[in-house]
Design a protein around this ligand. Sequence first.
Ligand SMILES: NC(=O)c1ccc[n+]([C@@H]2O[C@H](COP(=O)([O-])OP(=O)(O)OC[C@H]3O[C@@H](n4cnc5c(N)ncnc54)[C@H](OP(=O)(O)O)[C@@H]3O)[C@@H](O)[C@H]2O)c1
Length: 348
Amino acid sequence: MTYSVAVSGASGYAGGEILRLLASHPDIEITTVTAHSNAGDPLAAHQPHLRSLAHLTLAPTTPEVLAGHDIVFLALPHGQSGQYTDALAATPLVIDAGADHRLTSADAWAQFYGGDFHDPWAYGVPELPVAGGKQRANLVGASRIAAPGCNASTVSLSLAPGVSAGVIDPSDIVSVLAVGPSGAGKSLKTNLLASEILGSANPYAVGGTHRHIPEIRQALLGAGASGEVRISFTPVIVPMARGILATSSAPIASGVTDAEIRDAWESAYGDETFVQLLPEGQFPRTADVLGANTALVGLAIDRAANRVVVVTAVDNLVKGTAGAAIQSMNIALGLPETTGLTVNGVAP
Ligand SMILES: NC(=O)c1ccc[n+]([C@@H]2O[C@H](COP(=O)([O-])OP(=O)(O)OC[C@H]3O[C@@H](n4cnc5c(N)ncnc54)[C@H](OP(=O)(O)O)[C@@H]3O)[C@@H](O)[C@H]2O)c1
């Protein structure tokens, strides 16, 4: 069976990456692409690298245009998806790349986003440890999927094995992330001009204000954290188009051995294709995962500081968004999970 697909936000970064991956997915036919201010333009005017889709034209994003497909991807600014999801009640599978359906707490939504709160959907991070197993089980047969925030899933995947196994203390997490500006989308912003970011490292959302904080807390509570999850989270924009390098640390739980710590991550990810723990003493680079649906994880045990340090690299547009969405789609549809996705990055 071939599934017909509509991708909204197709002129943007997340929509473009969803299209790039779907274009080589054997079970998918991309029939409709939509945009907002750029509706009416050829897709190729905004995604000139997508040569196999150059025949498509951007339609306006309306419920009528999106209806009638087997699968709809929403890749819109947060707060915009909810208005379409109600109108797409008859669509068998809807996948939202935005934040609108990620949070289970209306209070957290009000505090970090504001505006209407919408129902939480199945969270699209299959490898995430959750009580009793992996998030993958919750995606089987799902009809509504919320793809993750890129920074949030990177940090959650970094620490959830340790939280789940009880070998780290989640009440004192510190995460500092080097992030590429594509994570902020394609629309023009002064602080993202080349002249502002080339040759500079620029922190933003410092001091507990970043919108991905409640998503990480939710994931780590779901992984079995007992008690408080507290995270100091600082992203730093660096001059690379895409990529996240997240360095996260948390105190070692008392009485835990080094072997027990490493075993927590080995048992969580040993059988996973797309989340890979590097050998002891090795740490990832963003260059190793560009274009790949891979999260590479390096683990250090710093006894002097009494902290576990986890360094994780992902491509924000692949494992952080589009790849996670398509991997989750494969699981929901009962297709082989890796279809249309690669573990291999583009280097140098
Ligand atoms: N970038 C990432 O790495 C990343 C990672 C994870 C999740 N996400 C999420 O993916 C979503 C899209 O992000 P992005 O980075 O792709 O942003 P983007 O590059 O700015 O693209 C936004 C897209 O949404 C369309 N759009 C803007 N306002 C709209 C409206 N009022 N109604 C309908 N469509 C509208 C735009 O169309 P026009 O161009 O025609 O105006 C464009 O196609 C966001 O919710 C973001 O949080 C992004």
